[in-house]
Design a protein around this ligand. Structure first.
Ligand SMILES: NC(=O)c1ccc[n+]([C@@H]2O[C@H](COP(=O)([O-])OP(=O)(O)OC[C@H]3O[C@@H](n4cnc5c(N)ncnc54)[C@H](OP(=O)(O)O)[C@@H]3O)[C@@H](O)[C@H]2O)c1
Length: 371
């Protein structure tokens, strides 16, 4: 009798929770909006790339928006260059995961671009490390614009001899390569394989792994074989001709930007105590169910697998680190790191730039120059 009552109450509670979440989801969906719906006169206009809806790069508009004002802890940057990342292509996509994270009906944040290099125009009153006129690079929200604001923690001084375009190519891809290779705990002389060696992250990873003394094998397509050799790869595997997971070669570290092989395949070519660093799930070209499958593998299966074997499948999120930004800037200044920039576009042509990146075969970085 008592059990029946408990079951009845549990059932009723679950039903109520379901009805409430459905209702909350419905309200959330219709209430989710963005600044494109609020038409107010602009006081201090500037040009920026804006997206009001999810979709293909066609949704990007070169439009007038309000120039940002820095808060107490922020720096206002006159943007001289920005660069695109796979993240920018993922964010605008019409995918249910995006809608859950970035806004159900429309993207809450309508501004695109993370990597920035430019000149400090103004600073908030709590900013101590920068002053107007300083040349900086780092990470912000909405770098595809004439001006952008960000926290002083997300910026570093641009080395004087490094052009804005090169500095703008560094932040997110450079930090991802540097921090991911740290996860791999590379020792000089170790055999490191970099899968996806010719994209934004890969071209930095090849060079940083070499500077750590590794013997680097780069995986890329036929047209990029010469490129990866030119940035220091010791061995190259052309994935259109050879599958690295089928060879007899074993690696101490696999830095995987692509995640297009099963865990069993990667387990087979890792040394018994090897580390597979799961940096990404393929360039901007990976879409739909395939993207979800790779994300789920990287996030969940990897963790479980590491507890059953001496090998480690390490997943990580790139963190903003001023120290690491400074280190990357120093490496470029010293000539030890050479950003590979395939194409440079004007701000007004950012949609074309993203369309190109979205095909998934960019060589190095795609940069946006802001006049
Ligand atoms: N962990 C983090 O916090 C973090 C942070 C930033 C980025 N990421 C991730 O890192 C990954 C790489 O980013 P990215 O900016 O380098 O992307 P990207 O520039 O779009 O990468 C494109 C590159 O992928 C290569 N590629 C495509 N299919 C391949 C295959 N089957 N085998 C080997 N290479 C292949 C292409 O080379 P070919 O033209 O030769 O095919 C191209 O050079 C993305 O998944 C991104 O989300 C992760």
């Amino acid at each position: 009798m008592k059990l029946k009552l408990i079951l009845k109450w549990t059932g009723a509670t679950i039903l109520l929770a379901l009805i409430l979440s459905f209702f909350a989801g419905f309200v959330g969906y219709w209430r989710s909006t963005n600044e494109c719906d609020r038409k107010t006169a602009l006081v201090n206009p500037m040009k920026a790339i804006v997206y009001c809806e999810y979709g293909s790069p066609d949704v990007l508009k070169f439009d007038d928006v309000e120039k940002p004002v820095p808060s107490d802890g922020q720096v206002l940057i006159k943007v001289r260059a920005a660069s695109l990342n796979a993240l920018d292509a993922y964010m605008i996509r019409d995918a249910w995961l995006n809608r859950l994270i970035f806004g159900l009906r429309k993207p809450r944040d309508t501004r695109l671009g993370r990597d920035v290099a430019g000149v400090v125009e103004a600073v908030g009153r709590n900013v101590t490390q920068f002053k107007p006129g300083d040349e900086v690079f780092g990470i912000c929200r909405g770098s595809l614009a004439e001006y952008a604001v960000t926290s002083e923690r997300a910026l570093a001084m641009k080395p004087a001899n490094v052009p804005f375009e090169l500095a703008a190519s560094l932040p997110l891809a450079g930090l991802t390569a540097l921090q991911g290779l740290r996860e791999g705990k590379i020792q000089p002389g170790e055999k490191v394989l970099i899968n996806g060696a010719t994209g934004g992250v890969g071209t930095f990873a090849v060079q940083i792994a070499k500077s750590l003394g590794a013997e680097v094998t780069a995986v890329c397509s036929t047209r990029n074989v010469d490129l990866v050799r030119s940035i220091g790869a010791d061995h190259v595997i052309d994935y259109t001709k050879e599958d690295f997971t089928k060879s007899d070669q074993r690696y101490d570290v696999i830095f995987d930007n692509v995640a297009n092989h099963s865990f069993a395949e990667r387990h087979r070519v890792l040394n018994p105590k090897g580390i597979c660093v799961l940096a990404g799930m393929g360039g901007a070209g990976v879409k739909g169910g395939e993207a979800i499958r790779r994300i789920v593998g990287n996030l969940f299966i990897a963790r479980g697998l590491s507890s059953f074997t001496n090998q480690r499948f390490a997943q990580y999120m790139t963190k903003m680190s001023k120290q690491d930004l400074i280190m990357l800037g120093d490496l470029i200044q010293a000539g030890k790191l050479r950003p590979v920039i395939e194409r440079t576009y004007k701000l007004s042509d950012a949609a074309d730039a993203l369309r190109y990146l979205d095909q998934g075969h960019a060589r190095g970085k795609i940069v946006i120059a802001v006049e």
